[in-house]
Design a protein around this ligand. Structure first.
Ligand SMILES: Nc1ncnc2c1ncn2[C@@H]1O[C@H](COP(=O)(O)OP(=O)(O)OP(=O)(O)O)[C@@H](O)[C@H]1O
Ligand SMILES: [Mg+2]
Length: 358
């Protein structure tokens, strides 16, 4: 029944984030002092619209990028962890008696699934994990059930297979973000305890917002805003083809007028978008303030974004580096990793599955 979300691995494993701009691969290992170590990573850019709204619209292009990234990695393992986009899954927490067997849980999960997703049972797949006793009653367990359509799993597994890779775990990008957050919570005041933290991953097409309170996830939402808006504007304003505009943007090779005419308005709208996203959170939650805002995603490298967000929200804003406390293998260029780190946030969470003990 399960699609492998809650299985665990201790062998070498590559975290693979198939996102809208690129296929990103990352392998983590163990350093000589026992700490986690970045062994290798690769980012293979995807052509425009190869992945749209989390669907592999051009699977051949994704396959090519997967092969390219895997070759760049120069690893021996072909075992990978993939992720589904949050929009492809429905998650529900059930409360069940502690003595419920695997079979009881499964049949309860199936009966819930048929009520909450509008697809026939043969088109869906689900996985569950016992989270532990509820706060109210130690004789009841909280069980997380994650439901998705089979075809959303199959399209990713199939493209990986055609690129010569074996999917051993299918995760969800939001859960990967939460695992990566665990790596950086120690940098926060009081290690995040009692704090409300917004993790804002601004990617190419989507801004993924995850809010933690007291180091537990309390809110998740996606907004259709990302770096492609800036690429589009550069392409329009300077008459550059898309690929050239994307390149010039990332390398900072743009005319002087870029800053006042294109960058400034983009920063203002990004800050506005984040501020609105937080208002939506406040409207649906008992928490009425955020202590810290962590920026992730490739777009957090846009110069001045952190200041613009702080200016608009007055919330202390930092650009995250999920590898801050990890060692780095001598194969990896540490300076380039520091630049790429925010975009590898999800890949980091996926690669950490190697160390799962559950
Ligand atoms: N140095 C840079 N300066 C400006 N923009 C950058 C830089 N590096 C990356 N970007 C932009 O970040 C975006 C890619 O970020 P990221 O890799 O997080 O997106 P993604 O995960 O593919 O997207 P999504 O999560 O929306 O599917 C692109 O728009 C890219 O142009
Ligand atoms: Mg992303």
């Amino acid at each position: 029944m399960g699609f492998g979300l809650f299985s665990s691995k201790s062998k070498p494993l590559i975290g693979v984030d198939i996102s809208s701009s690129a296929v990103k691969m990352l392998e983590l290992g163990v350093g000589s002092d026992g700490s986690r170590r970045v062994e290798r990573y690769a980012i293979a850019r995807l052509p425009r619209e190869a992945v749209t709204e989390g669907t592999l619209t051009k699977p051949e292009a994704v396959e090519v990028a997967m092969r390219e990234a895997w070759q760049t990695l120069d690893t021996r393992t072909r075992d990978i962890v993939l992720a589904l986009p949050a929009s492809a899954v429905t998650a529900k927490k059930l409360i069940l008696p502690k003595e419920a067997s695997e079979e009881d849980i499964e049949s309860q999960a199936i009966s819930e699934a048929t009520q909450i997703v509008p697809f026939p049972m043969e088109e869906i797949t689900l996985d569950f994990q016992v989270l532990g006793p509820t706060e109210r009653n130690p004789n009841d367990n909280e069980v997380l059930v994650v439901i998705t359509r089979k075809d959303r799993v199959d399209e990713r597994v199939a493209v990986a297979e055609s690129a010569g890779l074996k999917t051993t775990v299918m995760d969800v990008d939001t859960y990967a973000t939460l695992s990566a957050f665990d790596q950086i919570a120690f940098q926060l005041p009081n290690a995040g305890k009692g704090q409300t933290i917004a993790i804002v991953d601004i990617g190419h097409t989507t801004t993924h917002v995850n809010i933690m309170h007291d180091n537990k996830p309390v809110y998740q939402r996606e907004h259709p805003f990302g770096g492609q808006i800036l690429t589009q504007e550069i392409s329009r304003r300077f008459g550059l083809p898309w690929e050239e505009a994307e390149d010039a943007k990332c390398k900072g090779l743009l005319p002087e007028s870029f800053e006042s005419e294109v960058l400034r308005p983009f920063l203002d709208s990004a800050a506005q978008e984040i501020s609105r996203a937080l208002q939506l959170f406040f409207a649906s939650s008992p928490q009425q303030h955020v202590d810290h805002l962590l920026l992730a995603g490739g777009c957090s490298s846009v110069p001045g974004l952190d200041e613009a967000v702080f200016g608009k929200t007055q919330i202390s804003t930092i650009i995250t580096n999920p590898f801050a406390k990890m060692a780095v293998s001598s194969h990896v260029k540490a300076r380039q990793l520091a630049i790429d780190a925010p975009a590898l946030f999800v890949a980091c969470g996926l690669a950490l599955r190697r160390f799962d003990t559950a």
